[in-house]
Every structure is written in C-alpha cells, then in structure tokens.
Ligand binder design. Structure first.
Ligand code: SAM
Length: 287
C-alpha cells in the first residue's frame, strides 16, 4: 500500500454485492457507493468539463472501472487514482500496466495526505464520480487542503450540489452553502440522470466545479469561528438571529452586531457571516 495512505487496511468484502445490470465481471458494491458510469455521451461531457491537459496534476477519486480514467489519462498523460476496492484496484493496475503516467493509491481517500501528493507538483486538479456516502466529509477534508488545490470537478447527488450552490433566501441554503462558498467558487455545469449509471442510483446527480478563491473575495477569518457562527445560526433555522446567535455572543456584543437580529440564518449572505465570524471571541463555542 502506498505510504500516502495512513491507517487503512481495506476490510474483506462481506456485504452483499448488488447485481450489475449488464453482467460486467465486477459486481457493484453498495457499501462503496458503486454506481458506474456507462453513458458515453455523459462521460464525454464530464471530460470536456474537466478540460484535462498535459502538465496538470490530476487526481481521480474512485476510478472504479475506469470510465473517466481512460479519457483523462489519454488527454493528460498522467493521473493518480485513489481506489478503495481491492478488486477494482487490481484490475486498474493490470489494465494500465503499460502506462507509466498512471499511479494508483489503493486505500480510503479519507486517509490520503493531499499535502504530500501536491509536493513539488502543479496545484492539484481533483476529479471523480464520488461515492455519495462519503461526499460531505470528503468535501470538508479537501477544503482543509485548499492551498494545494487548483480546482475540483465532481459528480455528486443533485441535492447536495443544489445545497453547495444555493444563495440566501433559498430552502437549500445552509451550512454547506456558506462554508463551501466562503472557500470556493461553486458552479454546476449540468445534471446527470440515473440511467447514465449501472446500477442506477435512486436519485439524480449533477456535476459541480469547485474552484478555491484566489484571491479570496472575503477578509480572512478563522475557519473555526466561521463554522461556529454558521452552525449556531442554521442549527435552528426558523428562529431569528436574536435567538440563535446568543449561544455565540455576549449580550453586550449582540447589541453591536452588524446585522439585523430580526432576520433568520437564511437571510444572511456569506459576507455577513464573515463579518460575524470576525467578532467571535477566541473561546466562542456553540454547545
Ligand atoms: N469513477 C467510476 C465511474 O464513474 O464509473 C466509479 C464511480 S463509483 C460512484 C465510486 C467509486 O469510488 C467506486 O469505484 C468505489 O469503489 C470508490 N470508493 C468508494 N469509497 C471510497 C473511498 N473511501 N476511497 C476511495 N475510493 C472509494
């Protein structure tokens, strides 16, 4: 196993495999969120949205059976793939044995040290049709390494993409929207229907592009302070800020906050949350 992965030994495949609808050799494993892309048109659109090229440091999360890997590798000439499923990892290794630009990390992407991967390389371009069960923790983990990342292009559940991209006033707007938009520009090139995959997921999917701001449009604030304010405000999103923010600010500070306390969490923009985060005391914590 590659030294970039910490503490992971893939466990034996003990779950019941989901039968692959087209009798491919590999049987999709539910616990690894395996829905394989089969639609050539969609695959081409995703690759087109990524715009892979030489001299890029492309990282693919969850290459699976290589639907995206092959065209990406052809266009970029080198690619590092991270795959947890040992059967698929073995298949990929043998399939690309004659491609010196192909590198495989067999293990859990949540254990990968992205800072080490980026050492001495152009900023990372991270892509993938992500296993939906780990997408939110993975996104937060990647944000911790944003200084090493040029951009990320992912397939995610449509519902998650809508939350990432939502603006104030929308029902989808919440913690995920504010935290992601603080760090990245978010855009959704297109949606992908269930029939593009085998087996078919029960939900619609979408492509999202996340580009870390350079430079940031917001003044720098402590990410933990921002998380604290956003968590308090959206924790009870139907209540007014007068009610929710008192968990973070003293009565004296509440009187000086630069927002209308009669509003609710969904009415504030990312800029408002950044202003509030700058006023959090170092020990300000929400229970
Ligand atoms: N890229 C392929 C495609 O589009 O057909 C497969 C996508 S499938 C939705 C997700 C892939 O991520 C699977 O190959 C799965 O084994 C892999 N995977 C799941 N959890 C993972 C993890 N924690 N770390 C690395 N790979 C993972």
């Amino acid at each position: 196993m590659c030294s970039l992965v910490h503490n992971h030994t893939p466990s034996p495949h003990t779950d019941n495999p989901v039968s692959d609808q087209q009798n491919y050799q590999h049987r999709a494993r539910k616990r690894f969120g395996q829905n394989f892309l089969r639609d050539e048109h969609i695959i081409n659109r995703i690759v087109h949205a990524i715009v892979p090229g030489p001299n890029q440091t492309l990282i693919e999360i969850g290459p699976g059976q290589g639907a995206l890997t092959e065209p990406l590798l052809d266009a970029a000439g080198r690619l590092t793939a991270i795959e947890i499923d040992r059967d698929l990892a073995a298949q990929l290794r043998s399939r690309y044995a004659d491609k010196p630009g192909f590198h495989l990390i067999e293990g859990d992407v949540l254990d990968v040290d992205f800072a080490t991967l980026a050492q001495g390389q152009a900023a990372l371009r991270i892509v993938g049709n992500l296993p939906y069960n780990i997408s939110t923790p993975l996104l937060f983990r990647l944000l911790q390494h944003k200084e090493h990342i040029h951009d990320m292009v992912f397939m995610l559940q449509l519902e998650v993409v809508q939350r990432l991209a939502a603006g104030p006033g929308s029902d989808d707007y919440g913690r995920l929207s504010v935290m992601m938009q603080y760090h990245c520009e978010v855009d959704m090139p297109f949606k992908v229907p269930p029939h593009a995959f085998v087996p078919q997921p029960k939900v619609d999917s979408a492509i999202v592009r996340l580009t870390p701001h350079r430079p940031s449009p917001w003044p720098a604030v402590d990410a933990q302070a921002l998380a604290t304010v956003v968590k308090a405000a959206f924790g009870q999103r139907r209540k007014t800020l007068r009610n929710t923010l008192k968990a973070v600010f003293s009565a004296e500070k509440m009187a000086q906050l630069p927002v209308d306390l009669g509003l609710r969490a969904e009415n504030l923009g990312v800029d408002d949350y950044v202003r509030l985060a700058a006023l959090v005391e170092p020990d300000g914590a929400v229970a």
